[in-house]
Design a protein around this ligand. Structure first.
Ligand SMILES: [Zn+2]
Length: 399
C-alpha cells in the first residue's frame, strides 16, 4: 500500500521513497514506491509528472545520484499508486522524487477554485455539480440545471469574494459515521475513513485531490463560457494563471477585431450587426443588378449553340443568363466562369434534345469538380484545367 504524501501535505514537492515493485505497464517501465508525493489521475484532477532519481545503494556509491528518470504518468491502482517511467528503476532502490510543481500547483488552483464555484452554484441556486474535469487549458463543471449568464455572474462574484477573503482550506480525516452528521455538499461515494476538504464557511466535501492551503492562492476564478449539456449546463472555468491566459487570448481577439473595424471594443457588437445588415443589403441589390445585366448578356450571346466563358459572373449569374437565353430562343448553352476553379452551367430549350446533366457530368469527370441537375438545366463548379480545352470539350458534347 503506497503512503500518499499529498493526502496530508499537498505542498510537498520533493520526497524520498523506496522502490517496492517494478514492472511493465503497456510496454513501458513502471514502479511502485513505498511513499509518493505524485498525484494519480483521480476525481477530475490529472496526474502529476516529474522525475525520480535513484540514489547509490552500496557503501561506496552512497550519497551519489543516478540519472533522472522521467515520471510520464501516475496511476491509482487499488491501494497503490504507480508511476510510468522513461527508464526502469531497481527494486529496493532509494529514490528522490521531484514533482513538476508548475503543473501541480496549477491543478491545485483549478481544483480548489472548482470547490468554491460548485459551492456558490449550490448555495445561491441549489444547482448541484454532477461532475468536474481539469483540462489542458480550461476546466469544466457540469451542473444539474440550466443557468443564465446573470446567475453565472453572481456565482462568479461570490466565488471571487471567497478567494479575496483568503480563507483557510483545511484537510480533515473522519469516519463515515462522523461524516454522516456533517453538512457535506455531496454524499460521499465511499465508506471507511473519509478525507474532507473544509474551506472555511464555504464548502465541506469529501475529496482525495490536492488543494491550495488558503483561497487567496487561487488568484481569480472566471467563467469564459457555458453550454447546454445533458439537461443541465457545462460551465467552463479558469483559475489563477489560466484566468490570465484566457483574458489575454480574448484581448488579442478583441484587439484584432477592433483594428479591423476601427471601432472601440464596446462598439464591436453594434459594428458587426451593422456590417451584417449592409452585406445583406448589398447581396440583395447585387442580385437585382445581376438579373437586369443577365438579360443584356443573354441578348448579346443569343445563338442556337452558345459555348462561352464570361467575366465577372458567379455560378448563380451564369444560371440566370443561361435560362434567359434558353427561354427566349431555341438554344443549347454552356457557360463558364473565366477563372479557375471554373463554375459551369449547361442548359437547353424545351425543343432541344441534348441532356444537359449528362454533358455536365462528362465535363466534371474529365476536369474535376462536381455538379448535377436535370436534362434541361445542370450546374456545377470546381472544374480545373485549360479553359480552351474545357470550352472545346463542351462544344464536342453539345454539337
Ligand atoms: Zn477537491
Amino acid at each position: 500500500m503506497t503512503s500518499r504524501i499529498y493526502y496530508t501535505d499537498p505542498y510537498c514537492r520533493r520526497f524520498e521513497g523506496v522502490v517496492v515493485r517494478a514492472f511493465e505497464h503497456d510496454g513501458r517501465p513502471a514502479a511502485v514506491l513505498d511513499r509518493t508525493a505524485f498525484y494519480p489521475t483521480s476525481g477530475g484532477q490529472p496526474f502529476d509528472v516529474g522525475t525520480l532519481i535513484e540514489q547509490g545503494g552500496s557503501n561506496e556509491q552512497r550519497g551519489t545520484l543516478g540519472s533522472a528518470v522521467q515520471v510520464i504518468d501516475t496511476i491509482d491502482q487499488d491501494e497503490d499508486v504507480f508511476h510510468v517511467l522513461s527508464a526502469p528503476l531497481t527494486v529496493g532502490a532509494r529514490v528522490l522524487g521531484d514533482v513538476d510543481w508548475v503543473r501541480r500547483f496549477d491543478h491545485m488552483q483549478q481544483h480548489t477554485g472548482q470547490h468554491i464555484l460548485s459551492a456558490a452554484f449550490d448555495r445561491l441556486f441549489a444547482n448541484r455539480t454532477v461532475s468536474f474535469h481539469i483540462g489542458a487549458d480550461v476546466s469544466t463543471v457540469d451542473l444539474q440545471k440550466e443557468m443564465s449568464w446573470e446567475q453565472i455572474a453572481r456565482a462568479e462574484d461570490e466565488a471571487n469574494r471567497i478567494v479575496s477573503e483568503n480563507r483557510e482550506v483545511a484537510i480533515r480525516f473522519v469516519s463515515s459515521d462522523e461524516a454522516a452528521t456533517l453538512p457535506l455538499r455531496k454524499e460521499p461515494a465511499r465508506a471507511g475513513v473519509l478525507r474532507l476538504i473544509d474551506i472555511k464557511d464555504c464548502d465541506l466535501s469529501a475529496c482525495g485531490g490536492t488543494h491550495v492551503a488558503r483561497t487567496g492562492a487561487i488568484g481569480a476564478i472566471i467563467v469564459p463560457a457555458i453550454e447546454r449539456f445533458k439537461g443541465g449546463v457545462r460551465v467552463t472555468f479558469a483559475c489563477g494563471g489560466r484566468a490570465v491566459r484566457v483574458f489575454r487570448s480574448l484581448r488579442e481577439s478583441v484587439a484584432a477585431s477592433v483594428r479591423a473595424l476601427s471601432v472601440h471594443p464596446q462598439e464591436l457588437p453594434a459594428a458587426v450587426e451593422r456590417m451584417q445588415a449592409e452585406a445583406k443589403e448589398l447581396r440583395r441589390s447585387m442580385k437585382k443588378l445581376q438579373e437586369s445585366l443577365a438579360a443584356h448578356e443573354a441578348a448579346r450571346l443569343a445563338a442556337p449553340v452558345v459555348i462561352e466563358a464570361i467575366d465577372g459572373w458567379d455560378a448563380n449569374g451564369l444560371k440566370v443568363i443561361a435560362t434567359e437565353i434558353t427561354s427566349r430562343t431555341s438554344a443549347v448553352v454552356a457557360l463558364f466562369s473565366s477563372s479557375p476553379p471554373f463554375a459551369a452551367v449547361v442548359a437547353r430549350s424545351p425543343d432541344r434534345t441534348v441532356d444537359a446533366s449528362a454533358a455536365l457530368r462528362a465535363l466534371t469527370q474529365r476536369f474535376g469538380g462536381r455538379g448535377g441537375g436535370k436534362p434541361d438545366l445542370a450546374q456545377g463548379g470546381g472544374l480545373f484545367g485549360n479553359l480552351e480545352e474545357i470550352l472545346s470539350a463542351a462544344r464536342e458534347l453539345l454539337r
